[in-house]
Design a protein around this ligand. Structure first.
Ligand SMILES: C[S@@+](CC[C@H](N)C(=O)[O-])C[C@H]1O[C@@H](n2cnc3c(N)ncnc32)[C@H](O)[C@@H]1O
Length: 386
């Protein structure tokens, strides 16, 4: 076992590692089939990239060397019966039967080293092939090439796929149902559907809810032309949409309190994932402008631009707390460069049995924040019946 680990480490260090595959899993993780380990070069340096192949999905974890080798040791000892190391110079087959271990090394000739550059594959999850929807959305020309004036938009939707695909892949449902509230032209829906079905081999059902009928009709026409059977757009407002059965509820730049409608629908449906990128935080801003905030905040609130930013932070911080209160582990981060839009915060909430247990503490934080900023009620509180 140590010989295999040492050979893997050497191949990782000298760049000859092609892949280590672990198979014959007999551990406690449901539906785990095999694991592939490769070398990857990312911003933080060289890492071991573990791809865990489950029955219906893949999960990737990138680990630094000591942690990766420690995990390998445990995996080979207790969890996998066989392993196959492939390098540019030799293969090594490992088999364990009870306490008996067999290790066989064979020479290989002419196998090329693999690229470890994460960015090569990563930059363009949607690259390759002529995609009718990209043409319909005005991103590519008739020749399938990304138009000069749409390069930014193309980068943006690739970035969205990079962010959302792993979140969707982490959902346990076999074919997750994703509802995009305030879908607009459906950039995210087409890209995500295409990526999941055709690149990640993890089909999902995607529904875009949109109140502008023309966008709904156009979206459905393009979905049919693309052969995307599981993608549809429905007309109507977010609050009137029956989201029951949704595994993920997403809303990107749904205006003002439409974001709260989407969060509420996600919570009510018990969705595993709720992800929203809010925009225009008018509802809370109006209450803050009424001037009932604590005096000591005057220095922050007397300037319009600071007021705007504070309103944005307070609105979204309260949303995050209300999500936690309802059993979601929540994080907030920037999801596209602020060169594209200043409204670039993404709230990602994943259902987690441990979140929201200390209800009283969360309720106190909400009450304290509201008192400090002179807020009477967050619109989402009303929807949640608080
Ligand atoms: C700024 S656009 C964003 C579109 C899309 N999510 C994107 O990021 O490209 C907001 C969209 O949400 C729709 N919308 C806003 N409020 C809505 C509501 N309450 N119900 C349904 N659609 C809504 C608007 O018609 C518009 O198409």
């Amino acid at each position: 076992m140590e010989e295999l680990i040492s050979a893997t480490k050497s191949a990782f260090l000298d760049g000859s590692l092609v892949r280590l595959r672990l198979a014959g899993y007999h551990g406690s993780e449901p539906d785990l089939k095999s694991v592939d380990v490769k070398k990857i070069t990312v911003k933080g340096g060289d890492k071991f990239s573990f791809t865990f192949h489950y029955k219906t999905r893949d999960i990737i974890k990138n680990l630094i060397q000591p942690e990766a080798l420690g995990n390998l040791r445990i995996a080979l000892k207790d969890e996998f019966r066989s392993a196959q190391l492939s390098t540019t110079g030799f293969d090594m087959a490992f088999e364990r039967n009870g306490d008996k271990i067999r290790l066989k090394r064979t020479k290989v000739v002419g196998r090329e080293a693999v690229s470890t550059d994460h960015n090569r594959a990563k930059n363009h999850p949607l690259a390759g092939g002529n995609k009718p929807y990209l043409n319909a959305l005005g991103i590519t020309g008739k020749d399938g090439v990304v138009r000069n004036d749409a390069q930014d938009k193309f980068r943006q939707i690739n970035k969205m796929v990079e962010i959302f695909a792993p979140l969707i892949q982490a959902i346990k449902a076999d074919k997750p149902r994703i509802v995009d509230m305030g879908a607009g032209k459906g950039y995210l829906d087409f890209a995500l559907y295409d990526y999941l079905a055709n690149v990640a081999n993890r089909p999902a059902e995607v529904v875009g809810v949109e109140m502008r009928d023309k966008l709904v009709t156009d979206g459905n026409t393009t979905a049919a032309e693309s052969g995307f059977d599981g993608l549809s757009f429905v007309p109507g407002t977010i609050i009137d949409y029956d989201a029951s059965g949704a595994d993920a509820v997403i809303a990107l730049h749904a205006c003002d309190t439409a974001t709260d409608d989407a969060i509420f629908k996600g919570i009510a449906a018990g969705a595993s994932l709720i992800a929203v990128a809010p925009c225009c935080h008018k509802q809370i801003r109006r209450q803050m402008e009424a001037g009932k905030a604590e005096d000591k905040l005057d220095v922050l609130l007397r300037h319009g631009i600071f007021m705007e930013r504070q309103a944005e932070m307070v609105t979204d911080a309260l949303r995050a707390l209300l999500l936690e209160l309802n059993g979601y582990k929540t994080k907030v981060f920037e999801f596209v460069s602020d060169a594209h839009t200043p409204k670039n915060n993404l709230i990602v909430a994943e259902k987690d049995g441990r979140a929201g247990r200390d209800r009283d503490a969360i309720l106190k934080q909400i009450a304290d924040t509201k008192a400090m900023y002179g807020i009477e009620r967050h619109y989402l509180e009303g929807l949640l019946g608080l």
